[in-house]
Design a protein around this ligand. Structure first.
Ligand code: COA
Ligand code: MG
Length: 298
C-alpha cells in the first residue's frame, strides 16, 4: 500500500483495468494514470471473478511504494460476489475501494460495517481503508448529499452515467447532454459540500479524442477533480484538461502579484485588466497554483 496522503491529492485520471486481464494489469503502472481502478465488477466475466481476485492480489504485491493510487472496484453489495470480493480486496492492500451502485447513505454504511469486520478478520486497523462511492442511479443522485457524509472513509463520489442512463430508460450518450449534465452538477454540489472529491463518468468511445477532450474540459470547469478513463490513450487528454496550462499559471501569478501590491498599499480590492480582484478571487488563483505544483508544473 502506498505511504501517501490519501486526501488532498491529484486525482485527474482514474483508469479502469479489468482484474482478469494480466496483460492490461502489467501495463497499468506505466500508463501515467493518477489512479487505477482494478475492476472486479462489469469489466470481469462472471466465470472469472475468482481468478480476477487472485490476479489483483498478486499484482498489488508487486506495486509497493508507487505514486499511483490503487483502487479495487468490487461487485455490488447485493450480488453474490460481494463478500468474497471484500475479503480478497482487504487482503490485497489497495489504497481504497470503489463501491458500485450506491444509492443511499444506509447502503454505504452497511458496506462500511462489513468492511470493518473484514479489516478485523485480517488484523488490520479498522477504518483505515478508504472508499469511493459510484453513483449510477436516479436514487443515488437524489441521495448524493447524504451519501457524501455517510462515512468518514469516503474520499469521493464517482458518476457512472451508463448505468444511470439504463436506470432512467434513456440511451447512454455523452456526459454533457440532457439529464446527465444535470446529474453531474448535482453530484459536484453534493460532493464539494461534504469536502470530498467528485469524479466524472467515462467517455464510451475510445476513438473519439476530441469528444473526450470537450467532456474533460467541461468536467474541470464544473468542479470535478478528475475523470474516469477506460483506455490508455484517454489519460493524457484528461490530464491536460485537469492541469493548469502555462498561460493559466502565469495569469494566476500576475493576479497574486497585483494583490500583494494592493495589500502593501493597504487596499482590500484592486483590478487587473479590468477584472476585480478580491479575497475569493485570490483564493481561486492560489488553488490554480497549488494544482500546478501538485502536477509538477512549478
Ligand atoms: N488498461 C491497461 N491497458 C490497456 C487498457 C486498460 N484499460 N486498455 C487497453 N490497454 C492496452 C492493450 O492491452 C493494448 O496493449 P498491447 O498492444 O500491448 O496489447 C494497448 O493498450 C492498446 O489497446 P487497444 O488495442 O487500443 O485496445 P483493446 O482493443 O485491447 O481494448 C478495451 C479496448 C475497451 C476493451 C480496453 O481498453 C479495456 O478493457 N478497457 C477497460 C474497460 C473496462 O474496464 N470497463 C469496465 C468499466 S466501465
Ligand atoms: Mg456499471
Amino acid at each position: 500500500m502506498n505511504q501517501i496522503e490519501t486526501r488532498a491529492r491529484l486525482r485527474r485520471s482514474f483508469l479502469f483495468v479489468p482484474g482478469s486481464e494480466e496483460r492490461k494489469l502489467a501495463k497499468a503502472p506505466g500508463l501515467g494514470a493518477d489512479a487505477v481502478i482494478l475492476d472486479l465488477e462489469d469489466g470481469v466475466a462472471p466465470a472469472r471473478k475468482t481468478e480476477a481476485r487472485r490476479l489483483i492480489r498478486g499484482f498489488l504485491q508487486t506495486q509497493n511504494g508507487r505514486a499511483i493510487e490503487w483502487l479495487i472496484r468490487l461487485n455490488g453489495f447485493h450480488t453474490p460476489y460481494f463478500e468474497a470480493d471484500l475479503e480478497a480486496s482487504v487482503r490485497a492492500g489497495p489504497d481504497a475501494l470503489v463501491i458500485p451502485k450506491i444509492d443511499s447513505p444506509e447502503l454505504l454504511q452497511l458496506v462500511d460495517g462489513h468492511l470493518t469486520e473484514a479489516e478485523h478478520a485480517s488484523a488490520l486497523p479498522p477504518g483505515n481503508l478508504k472508499l469511493f462511492a459510484l453513483i449510477e442511479s436516479a436514487r443515488g443522485i437524489l441521495n448524493a448529499p447524504a451519501i457524501a457524509t455517510a462515512t468518514s472513509r469516503l474520499l469521493g463520489l464517482i458518476l457512472g452515467h451508463v448505468d444511470l442512463s439504463v436506470d432512467l430508460g434513456i440511451r447512454p450518450g455523452r456526459a454533457g447532454e440532457g439529464i446527465v449534465q444535470h446529474a453531474r452538477c448535482q453530484l459536484v454540489l453534493a460532493g464539494r459540500a461534504a469536502g470530498v472529491d467528485v469524479v466524472d463518468t467515462i467517455c464510451l468511445n475510445i476513438q473519439d479524442h476530441e469528444g473526450l477532450r470537450a467532456e474533460a474540459i467541461q468536467a474541470a470547469a464544473l468542479g470535478f477533480a478528475g475523470k474516469l478513463a477506460i483506455h490508455p490513450a484517454q489519460i493524457p487528454i484528461i490530464h491536460e484538461a485537469f492541469t493548469p496550462s502555462v498561460e493559466r499559471v502565469r495569469q494566476a501569478e500576475r493576479v497574486l502579484e497585483t494583490w500583494r501590491q494592493a495589500e502593501a498599499e493597504g487596499r482590500g480590492v484592486c483590478t487587473l485588466d479590468g477584472d476585480l480582484i478580491e479575497r475569493p478571487v485570490v483564493e481561486a488563483e492560489r488553488r490554480v497554483l497549488e494544482r500546478a505544483r501538485q502536477a509538477g508544473q512549478l
